[in-house]
Write a protein of this length. Structure first.
Lengths: 354, 354, 354, 354
């Protein structure tokens, strides 16, 4: 009953098999190998256009280095006030990207066109001392389990365009978002006006595989240098390429994501029917936010369930925990089993009876 | 006949098996897992003392972040003029470590106490505008295939101590150096006055596994933050831990290193006896520097041999290529076979007859 | 009728005379001169204790470099959401100080102990990925014209102490705050728990003179290097020292500040009695925040008055502009004359009659 | 008898008078004032073309921020091994400019086209891990008192152009070089292929006045932000503008420089005729490098003369000190008097007799 995070799961068998095969072969260092080239082609197919792709090992690196391509001295990047890049990456975007992050409010972790418009208004053109807006970054899924549809992304892109700033996606959970929305990757990115994407593999079955995808390859001119200087250029970079090769082949990545999403749906349905817990809101993808009665929480933990309580800053009234409740986040993964979900639900049912 | 670099080899079977096993299990994110703790204990045993160990994915990260622990504004780090950190890491130490690198001369890529003394003399105490020496970094093996013995390290440490600067080792090839010298890791590090070591696994059979080892754990206070901010904290960090667990178990790392060294010795012996090539100098470990006749070079490349020509800056006269010769570096690895060496030698023999 | 900002005023005659005298003499470069030493002594007297003092040319440099002394990778500095260091310095603290700024709410630009407590709670000890709190910075005067009394500072220091973080003051308007409060500099700083102060001279009659004052000189160990690396070490640094020497001599700085404050009080009193404007709140020091009727605003500007409209984010309801009003900031300086104030008041009176 | 450095001199009367006048007037903050605009026009006239000019307070800031406009991750800037930016600015170019400095050899502190060609060859195009050359910086005067003529600059620019890197001049002593060469500023800069110049005023009679002059204004797009983020944007920036206004008016800057040069020539001539000293080489501008007999050195210092011994690294044999000699640098300034020179010469003459 491990719902702590999708990065607690191990890795998909196919990913590991590909890694073992690549380890048998070896190859030229620093990305000059065939696997890396094959992966570049896979990304081009996936996104239905030419892209510049760079492989790195962590999502933090992908975000910080991708944003760095748009940075400038005094550069400002807007993101949600609870965005991973602002709250959970210890200043990586500021350090590697040379930018400052400005957090904006928004329901369920999502930015809104109006919020972005207001944020931009605080940085009038030509005023040097406030800094210069250079990008807006959204998380897909958001940090509160919400997915942005193509229209929502396009609406943000339209605001971004009024000031010529870039649109970046932290796609640590891009796969589950694509699976949840049933949308094409191209429609969720460049066709909606996205400039650069952190395409995450780690949380959805890879070991350590993230790709920075530039939809305008001309902006990637310095990226290889940025990555090397940051120490994120792997000598045996085929180890990331091999993961992505297996991950993207035959839609494996979406299979994994659909699995995770199905388990989250099963969990959410059970919570909805439970007397011991209620959904805080209807999340998408592989995250479930629930308000659990304290007694049930104790029983679940005693029974071995693992999950995190979640901060309630900025939540709407209906999502706030009442007396005797706590807000928790439950994350499923490509590896979550029906059995794990059902055991969780059983404890909950028992707790509800009392 | 691939002697390009030891980072072209794949990975050891045991390392891959451990990785597959860990991927099956998964575990808590960001280093809170059991494997990470086990690896920390292995390092303590290996070095016969308490150490603070941090796992990262690249040697560049290990070097830059390790040096950062000793950096200060205007901080200066001495290293050999051909050191990897100066020549091949695109400014990573400067960027991540906030230090400047000052290259010193020295035979076979090795620093000397006198060279370091002279280097320090250019930074008189109390003169702010030159910057402040904070560390000296040596490469073990050196970039020209030489190993530093315990006494040589101790002599450098003695000079470092006169100014209170740290002694850092870039140990990308620490394993082959230990194997070549037959010395204890402790004698090559803290007992000789070393403060921090980049302990490399990648070049000697791992996929991507490097450890920053602090012999004075108190200096590691900020390292977790430094690593996170740099994007080098892996969520599934057990993937590095699993590699090291297998690598260090039962002396596997030294077996791999001895294999590589034995192949280099076989290669060197053959070159010594060849009319088509001669050793530039007697290298240690898994690197051979040879002067090859141009005709032989052409035949070797036509026959499929892969290796790099090497720059001749700062070499002593006897190592300089004569007319019709080129200086090349040949690197063996844990995976190099006798057959590969022998085929190389055969081509060389043929070329020599002509 | 120039109430735009106190940095639009020129410089005090005594300051200029001292500069001219120093220019006649010259002296050793980079702070080894007698004037610099004299100024260091003046600061020690002023603060009734040993201090480490460093002269720089801008307030932004003073703030960013002073905070740098307490920075660490992933370091977090709390400040008011409208703080100059967050809003008006284009990322200087992040860049030079290697820290991230987290804005907190608070009435009239002032931090509160509870606000700081809540801010710290978002960074639980031992959680690496959020970053590590290292300092809290308050502005004296606040950005909305409020002064912190000794007790208020001590209360913030007490919260800071619970987590071992430093207390920094951006004292761009420290002089007018001291004059307004009638407090001793020591009581407003180290006796109340302040660690480091940006002591501003520029806004109160100097040309370009700011001092970073460390109350714990041991924390200033790297400051000379930090300043040099940032390009803020002046070769003819006596040019700053001469300004401070005149500024601090015989209480000249407080005379200048009292003058500015008196003019602000005269202005505030007139506004209080006006039908065309009202005070937004009772400011201290040399700033007046007023809600002016639009018609009066037009007449004032037509008559040559210069001042800035002010953003209304986060203001309490009573300070919000009604229909037909705008919020403006009026700043007086050491050079503001009664005549300037009276002309402003006259236009206002005329506008009010209509 | 102060020949320590030209930054020990005070400031020119005209410069101080202009500063006093500006201090009387005051004006809009952050460079929106009339004086700043006037100075921009003066620079355009001086260089006979449109330029983008930015005022800062120190030469280190001018160099570091000017180079930052050409920086990129892993960016490499070539300069002389004894260049001020490499040796005397505590890493400012690395920190603010995000570049690494690579020192090249060359007689009398001057770069040569061949040296630059060789330096560039160490960074083959497309090799990421070495970093990317972005600029070459020369010092005018060089650190060893030599001036680059227009042809020499053009020859370096030609090499720079082969790789598309920028040509930067550290013109801390640009005035004395212009005066010594009798060349037009345009011929020594953009007409010879220079991209950006640190135009120094401080060493030649200003208090603190340096200008970054971009000959391609499009490269200055981010400079205002770069300067603000670095804390080098002065609120009362008319204080620098006023200095330059007086400095550039009616050729005052060249008068000051010619004075300094004439005193250096007088000093050099006396040394040439002395038995107690000899010229190390024929320097240009306001610097004299001499080999002084130790006995004479003692007498001079006893008599109150102030000057620095100079390092002898990389000097040609004829400039090396013999037994009983030391190499010293003697710098004259706009303020050096005939009397100071003559007293120095008298002591030398006395010492020579013995």
């Amino acid at each position: 009953m491990n719902f702590a995070s999708d990065n607690w799961a191990g890795a998909s068998d196919r990913v590991i098999a590909a890694l073992a095969e690549a380890a048998e072969k070896g190859g030229p260092a620093y990305g000059a190998d065939e696997l890396t080239k094959a992966v570049e082609r896979r990304f081009a197919e996936l996104f239905e256009r030419e892209v510049a792709v760079f492989l790195v090992g962590t999502g933090t690196a992908a975000n910080a280095l991708g944003l760095a391509a748009y940075g400038c001295p005094g550069g400002v990047v807007f993101c949600h006030a609870q965005a991973h890049i602002l709250v959970d990456e210890a200043g990586a975007a500021e350090f590697n990207g040379g930018v400052r992050l400005v957090g904006l409010a928004g329901q369920r972790g999502k930015l809104t066109p109006q919020g972005l418009t207001d944020g931009l208004a605080r940085f009038p053109e030509g005023v040097v001392r406030h800094g210069r807006p250079v990008a807006v970054s959204l998380s897909q899924l958001s940090e509160l389990g919400a997915a942005y549809g193509p229209d929502e992304i396009a609406a943000l892109a339209e605001v971004a365009r009024t000031r010529g700033i870039a649109l970046h996606i932290d796609g640590a959970r891009f796969a589950v978002a694509v699976a949840a929305l049933g949308a094409k990757p191209a429609d969720l990115t460049w066709r909606a006006g996205v400039d650069v994407l952190s395409f995450g593999g780690t949380k959805n079955g890879c070991v350590a595989a993230e790709a920075v995808v530039f939809f305008d390859p001309s902006r990637a001119r310095d990226f290889a240098l940025t990555r090397q200087r940051a120490g994120h250029s792997f000598s045996k970079s085929w180890f990331i390429a091999a993961q992505f090769d297996a991950y993207l082949r035959d839609g494996h990545w979406l299979e994994l994501a659909r699995h995770a999403n199905a388990k989250a749906a099963r969990l959410a349905a059970a919570i909805e029917g439970s007397a011991a817990a209620r959904l805080a809101w209807v999340a998408q993808g592989n995250e479930v936010f629930a308000l659990i009665k304290r007694q049930a929480d104790e029983r679940l933990r005693a029974g071995g369930a693992i999950y995190y309580p979640w901060p309630t800053d900025g939540l709407p009234p209906e999502a706030l925990a009442g007396a005797g409740e706590i807000l928790v986040r439950l994350v499923t993964s490509f590896k979550t089993s029906d059995d794990e979900v059902d055991r969780f639900v059983d404890v909950l049912a028992d707790a509800g009876i009392v």
